[in-house]
Design a protein around this ligand. Structure first.
Ligand SMILES: Nc1nc2c(c(=O)[nH]1)N[C@H]1C(S)=C(S)[C@@H](COP(=O)(O)O)O[C@H]1N2
Ligand SMILES: [Mo]
Length: 393
């Protein structure tokens, strides 16, 4: 696995990398923007500069584990500067014994490694019409890593739980908010978990990502990893854990990262939690040109949150007929499965679409249409990928 040296993810380094990258011949079919670095070249693609938000090169998907230097970065505020010597994790609220743990304390506890796919709840937002507010992600705000750390349950056990319903995770980052409605003054990035999810053995306080200490951009020295949930639950730069007797109603799970659920005939803003079932197409990339009358390998990945991908189907005729894709990776809980499909491209040049649709073991199937109650999040309906078939092949 390629590991970035500390600080390699800076925007200036990234831009320099693009300028010096030679164009590999194998990428002939990719659109021009992809050939000049970015997805085809396997580098992160900047989407917002301040704070830094970069997506992974999803079109370059070629491994089950996403290398750290291709893993998307989603920040709501400037990256906090933390010194591991003075950094502490405080555990408080409904506990018998409040704790203040050092980095060393956590290193000495028993560790567990867990493969988890993280997807940002706003991934694929640029495909929405009308245009939705938020970071303009294409397909690459998703990645799979193996995470090593201490189960959150072990830390809670050490503190001793008193009657509680939720566990609040607070990051060291924060600041004023830009979009209305917003409170006055600074807000910390914080999310809560129901006690049941917080105490599952797979819910981690992670110190390492793919075998390396967390990079600063991914939450060094400590982050939560909440398997099967959208990325916003996996709080980075953790400094405080508060055990709560009531459900938390903070900004990032009410105003933001919430959708309209219908309950008793009412629309209720509900925090976003579990991943929806979804298949995403890596190649062809959007707007890619492919040769007529040839065998083309359509491929991508599919995930299903706390369930498991049962099948992936492909349609190359506008959604009229569907054919089964082949699942490539073995089923790993909480991780994506890559898939592929041999497409005999049409003999007739022109504009075509490729669609992928996943079903999970619970029988959830991707919707064909967008549900506007999801606001600017949970983009898991079937996305038509537009391709141009050119003569010859
Ligand atoms: N403290 C903190 N944690 C955070 C965020 C943040 O801005 N601050 N962003 C969240 C969101 S929305 C996502 S999708 C994931 C992204 O994790 P990554 O940047 O390591 O890919 O981190 C989550 N944890
Ligand atoms: Mo996110």
């Amino acid at each position: 696995l390629s590991q970035p040296p500390a600080g390699v993810l800076g925007r200036r380094d990234f831009l320099r990398g693009v300028a010096l990258t030679a164009v590999p011949l194998a990428l002939g079919g990719l659109p021009a923007w992809a050939r000049q670095g970015g997805p085809g070249a396997g580098q992160l693609i900047p989407r917002v500069q301040d704070p830094e938000n970069l997506e992974g090169p999803f079109a370059a998907l070629d491994t089950f584990i996403t290398p750290n230097d291709r893993f998307y970065i989603r920040n709501h505020f400037a990256q906090p500067k933390l010194d591991v010597r003075t950094w502490r994790l405080r555990v408080e609220g409904q506990v018998e014994k409040p704790l203040e743990l050092t980095y060393d304390d956590l290193q000495k506890m028993q560790h567990r490694t867990q493969v988890v796919t993280l997807e940002c709840a706003g991934n694929a937002r640029t495909f929405l019409t009308p245009k939705a507010k938020g970071v303009p992600w294409e397909l690459g705000a998703v990645g799979t890593a193996d995470w090593t750390g201490v189960p959150l349950a072990a830390v809670l056990e050490r503190a001793g739980l008193r009657p509680a319903v939720e566990v609040l995770l607070v990051g060291a980052d924060g600041g004023p908010l830009k979009d209305d409605p917003k409170p006055q003054g600074p807000v910390s990035f914080a999310r809560s978990l129901p006690l049941g999810k917080a105490t599952m053995p797979s819910t981690l306080l992670a110190l390492r990502m793919n075998g390396a200490d967390l990079a600063p951009a991914h939450g060094y020295p400590l982050r939560a990893i909440v398997p099967g949930w959208y990325g916003m639950a996996s709080v980075k730069w953790l400094t405080r854990i508060v055990v709560l007797e009531r459900s938390f109603r903070g900004y990032f799970q009410t105003i933001d990262y919430a959708y309209w659920a219908k309950q008793d005939g009412q629309a209720v803003l509900t925090p976003i939690t579990e991943l929806q079932v979804k298949a995403a197409i890596a190649r062809p990339a959007p707007q890619e040109t492919v040769a007529a009358n040839t065998d083309y390998r359509v491929h991508g990945a599919a995930w299903a949150g706390e369930s498991e991908v049962a099948r992936v189907e492909l349609s190359t005729d506008g959604g009229t007929t569907w054919a089964e894709a082949k699942l490539l990776d073995k089923a790993v809980p909480y991780a994506w499965r890559r898939w592929e499909y041999r497409w005999r491209t049409p003999a007739q040049p022109g504009a075509y679409t490729v669609r992928a649709r996943a079903t999970d073991l619970r029988g959830r199937v991707q919707a064909m249409e967008r549900d506007p109650d999801r606001r600017n999040y949970l983009i898991s309906h079937v996305l038509p990928i537009a391709v141009t078939v050119r003569p010859g092949g």
